[in-house]
Design a binder for this molecule. Structure first.
Ligand SMILES: NC(=O)c1ccc[n+]([C@@H]2O[C@H](COP(=O)([O-])OP(=O)(O)OC[C@H]3O[C@@H](n4cnc5c(N)ncnc54)[C@H](O)[C@@H]3O)[C@@H](O)[C@H]2O)c1
Length: 237
């Protein structure tokens, strides 16, 4: 085996910005060779990391992406299904167009299925791990967010189904972030959180890195909520 192939390799979808970029950067710091897959080529190339243009909702694109990772790194140890249409709104359900519903399900949920389908044989070989990025919106809602909520709820369920199908070789977990800001937010937005601040991409990255690591060898099939305590707060007016 060529020497560089002995180093662990990770693939982070939606890694061109936000949570995915922070996660890819931390995994690189922790010694992984990292590829990011994203449909936004301009943002992806700016990261300076190995970038693969990919639309996770399209199977030929996903198949080609996994092949490129294998060609480059010779192995795949960690898959982070993070790519998503991150805006939860889609308008009132009576007016929600089927195309809009399908778009969110297609990227947020089907994307994770397709990536896992093509990565699974390689992950099994090295006893790898998968982390899916869902959302606290899998568990609670604002009005007019049906497609996003359903896509993330589906991802939580897909996680435990995969944990059973791919174990014991591959562990599969889910992280459900609350509010993760990529730009400054108001004081009151920080203050409403039990921890006193909104989240950062780096907060999610730390938990993902732990779940991918051998230190998390007893963890599989679970959904880990990371939300500064917001879903534990009574909000009756
Ligand atoms: N930011 C938050 O508050 C928050 C909270 C909970 C969950 N999440 C979830 O975390 C993940 C990352 O969110 P973020 O805030 O970093 O969002 P972001 O918009 O900053 O990043 C999402 C990335 O996914 C990419 N992407 C979108 N569709 C794609 C496709 N079809 N194929 C490949 N790449 C695609 C985008 O180009 C982008 O780079 C998403 O799944 C989102 O739903 C975010």
């Amino acid at each position: 085996m060529p020497r560089e192939y002995s180093q662990k390799a990770a693939l982070v979808t939606g890694g061109a910005q936000g949570i995915g970029r922070a996660t890819a950067a931390l995994l690189a710091e922790r010694g992984y060779r990292v590829a990011i897959a994203d449909r936004d080529a301009a943002a992806g190339r700016k990261t300076g990391m190995t970038f693969i243009r990919c639309d996770v909702s399209r199977e030929p694109s996903v198949r080609a992406c996994v092949r490129r990772v294998l060609k480059r790194f010779g192995r795949l140890d960690a898959l982070v299904n993070n790519a998503g249409i991150a805006s939860p709104g889609g308008g009132p359900v009576e007016k929600l167009r089927l195309t809009e519903w399908n778009r969110r399900i297609g990227v947020n949920l089907t994307g994770a299925f397709l990536m896992t389908k093509h990565a699974a044989p390689h992950l099994r070989r090295v006893r790898g791990a998968i982390v899916n990025i869902a959302s606290t919106r899998a568990l609670q809602s604002e009005p007019d967010t049906e497609a996003y909520a359903a896509s993330k709820g589906g991802l939580v369920a897909l996680t435990h189904a995969l944990a059973l199908s791919l174990g014991p070789q591959v562990r599969v977990n889910c992280v459900s972030p609350g509010w993760i800001a990529h730009a400054p937010v108001k004081k009151r937005d920080h203050a409403q959180h039990p921890v006193g601040r909104v989240g950062r991409g780096e907060d999610v990255a730390e938990l993902v890195a732990f779940l991918l690591s051998d230190a998390a060898g007893f963890a599989t099939g679970q959904n880990y909520v990371l939300d500064g305590g917001m879903t534990r707060k009574m909000i009756y007016v």
